[in-house]
Design a protein around this ligand. Sequence first.
Ligand code: HEM
Length: 396
Amino acid sequence: MTLPTDRDVSPFTPPSAITRLRETRPVSPLTFPDGHEGWLVTGYEAVRTLMADTRFSSRLDLDVVHVPYEIPGMPVATEPSPPMPGVFIAMDPPDHGRLRKRLTAAFTVKRMKSLEEHIARIVDRQLDHLATLAPPVDLVAEFALPVPSLVICALLGVPYEDRESFQANSAQFLVREQPLEDKMAALGALTGYLAQLVTRKRAEPSDDILSDLAAHEDLSVEELTGAAFLLLLAGHETTANMLALGTFALLEHPDQLAALRTDPDLMPGAVEELLRYLSIADIFYRYATEDIDLCGETIPRGSTVVVSLLAANHDPLRFDNAGELDVHRNARGHLSFGHGIHQCLGQQLARLEMRAGFDALFRRFPTLAMAVPANEVRLRTDMNIYGVHELPVTWS
Ligand code: HEM
């Protein structure tokens, strides 16, 4: 079978073919559009085991590898190509660790905690702006995208005034099926912009993460640019889609929203549950560098392996009533931020943004409601990060 992406059950449920596969063969062969054979991993245990095993490579340039689909957030490779310098999500040890360790200090829980007030201010200002608009309003454009964009720009030291061009280019870059030259043009525009920016940061540092990174003389401008690209892309597209799709999911589950409104202490747990339930960063790729036994199946060396975090997070063997959104659930152990050495670097930041964002949105807009029927909402099945293209909302 080929990789199904259609949300044929509900906007929040894995494609039914994926669910069936997880039930019958959680590690199963998959035929790619170019005809070569690979593997699809959908069971929770198998996905977790695989992501912890560095014999499954994240690199794009191994000569044993075919790259038939785009890697989320990565340039599509039609033939083996060297990884983009600095883009450590597509690297293996020791290169991966060399770059990642430069950034971990900047993303500690403590550092993120100190950002809390700043994030709350950004959220409040954006909601002040929302309140001046006459509904119906697109929540993506007016709230869900600006908040993480403002936060990541401030953190990295990217001038927010430049957002129109980098937002358009990163959105274009994430389109799933498009001519390679369009994708590369978007990538080129983004990296051209960021190369100038990091060069400036190196010459005139200020108080931000890119300046800190640029102070490491052993990192080249290309590496700094790649790392900046990864952070900027990962830092706003993901959280923006969680805020929008999470709002959609809560509005479609009024009992869950009511529970959350009654008891705001449920918020941290509810955010974990939304992360699990929605799994907006779903599909990831790995490559077997040797023959590897995975939950009873032998994955031959050189295989391209696709993992579905969404399928894993909806596995009833791991989560009771996995298909239900339940804000009371203990969703810890979900795989939405990945697992192993590549586990999301920005997860604490994303959590803070989501807690602050959902909390303030539902407090300030107690009558928030969908402005269109749920089946008219355009889903991002065409994009590498799932979510909604627009979310028309209203209030009274
Ligand atoms: C709700 C929002 C987010 C989700 C669901 C998410 C999800 C993920 C996942 C699944 C991975 C693992 C990829 C892999 O194993 O190949 C990852 C890695 C990463 N994420 Fe996030 N992410 C989110 C927000 C963020 C934010 C806000 C930032 C940055 C500020 C960020 C930066 C990164 C980076 C740099 C990596 C690569 C880490 C590495 O390779 O060592 N993410 N993310």
